[in-house]
Write a protein that binds this ligand. Structure first.
Ligand code: NDP
Length: 335
């Protein structure tokens, strides 16, 4: 970061950039949006005009040629994260990459190595780490309020609007519920407990939302080393139920409802010795704004990004093992 404010380039004229990240960058008084790149120049222009962004580009390379761009936010389709990140590393730009970091562990490690070699920061936008409720859950676990964690269950339903029923529901571009949702859960469990995931056993679901051969849901069991067993249910097909998290420990349980979303705080209860108490949570904070701030601060040597590249790789490893288990019908070791 050379100037007073960090200049961001957007790689991908995406919904997440449009709905959340442009505003999140602008909410950080030490950041600003320089330009946007898309594979389609007209789409880049339309995006720029809609969001009052001064420069637009029909290629990633053109955006990266802009000296005012010091960091990029990569939110292209999942199958394009690798090439965008490698190009940014070559150009000496820091990268905040969307999840999943890549489609394979080899690609993810190549991205990490390229950014390290170029001396640029790489982080992954696992935003659930930043929500008020999950930070509170983590605090409760660390304070010993539930004793030794024995089991964690996450229910993560997402209802896709029509305009997002595209590549996400087709395998070609790294779609499917596992790379979209399970990867988030995996990172969240890592954040909450630090437990090392070891084995995955999963069943993929095909309940009518996705294309032939692509899962629109999954139920997975993940075993961790000396930590809780984790049960995940991720789905695009459950339309009317709130998301949930349960943390069951040796002396108590935490029950959270409406927790896997970015726009509301959700509710959290602590159950111990026969009593159920609703915990008061801090007011809602925007998890994407925290991601931008932590990333920008890390660039100036102040702390770490909310989710590091290495954490993004670990979450991907869990998701890929879940997918392999579902495809092969056996328990799979997590690499
Ligand atoms: P979108 O489908 O909205 O955008 C992905 C890409 O699709 C865009 O970058 C753009 O390509 C292309 N695209 C967008 N709209 C059109 C269109 N109308 N016609 C043709 N192409 C189009 O996906 P999302 O924004 O939902 O997801 C983008 C990334 O962000 C994914 O990696 C996803 O996993 C991640 N994500 C993360 C979230 C989080 O909370 N951390 C939440 C949601 C998504 P181009 O690059 O060429 O502009």
């Amino acid at each position: 970061m050379t100037g007073r404010r960090l200049g961001w380039g957007l790689i991908g004229a995406s919904t997440i950039a449009s709905d959340y990240m442009v505003a999140a960058i602008r909410a950080d008084s030490s950041s600003y949006v320089v330009g946007v790149a898309s594979a389609s120049e007209p789409r880049a222009r339309a995006f720029a005009q809609e969001h009052d962004i001064g420069r637009w580009h029909g290629s990633v390379e053109s955006l990266l040629d802009d000296d005012e761009v010091e960091a990029v936010y990569v939110s292209t389709r999942n199958d394009r994260h690798r090439e965008a990140t490698l190009a940014a590393a070559r150009a000496g730009k820091a990268v905040l990459c969307e999840k999943p970091i890549a489609l394979s562990l080899a690609d993810a490690r190549e991205m990490v190595a390229a950014c390290e070699a170029a001396g640029v920061l790489l982080a992954v936008n696992h935003h659930f780490r930043n929500t008020v409720l999950h930070r509170r859950v983590r605090g409760c676990i660390q304070a010993g309020l539930v004793g030794q964690p024995l089991a964690i269950r996450i229910f993560h339903p997402v209802v896709l609007p029509d305009h997002l029923r595209t590549w996400r529901l087709a395998d070609r571009a790294g779609g499917g519920a596992i790379l979209d949702l399970t990867v988030h859960d995996a990172d969240l469990v890592l954040f909450l407990t630090g437990a090392e995931p070891e084995q995955a056993l999963a069943v993929a679901l095909h309940q009518g939302t996705s294309h032939e051969g692509v899962e629109d849901g999954v139920v997975a069991v993940v075993r961790t080393a000396d930590g809780p067993v984790v049960v995940l249910h991720d789905t695009f097909s459950v339309l009317y139920a709130p998301s949930a998290i349960e943390v069951h420990g040796s002396t108590g349980s935490l029950l959270g409802q409406d927790v896997m979303n970015e726009d509301r705080t959700g509710q959290l209860w602590l159950m111990r010795r026969g009593a159920k108490e609703e915990l008061t949570l801090d007011p809602w904070e925007n998890p994407y704004e925290l991601a931008v701030t932590r990333f920008r601060e890390a660039l100036t040597g102040n702390g770490a990004p909310a989710a590091t590249a290495e954490e993004g790789v670990r979450a991907l490893a869990v998701a890929l093992a879940v997918r392999a288990s579902a495809r092969e019908g056996r328990e799979v070791a997590i690499q």
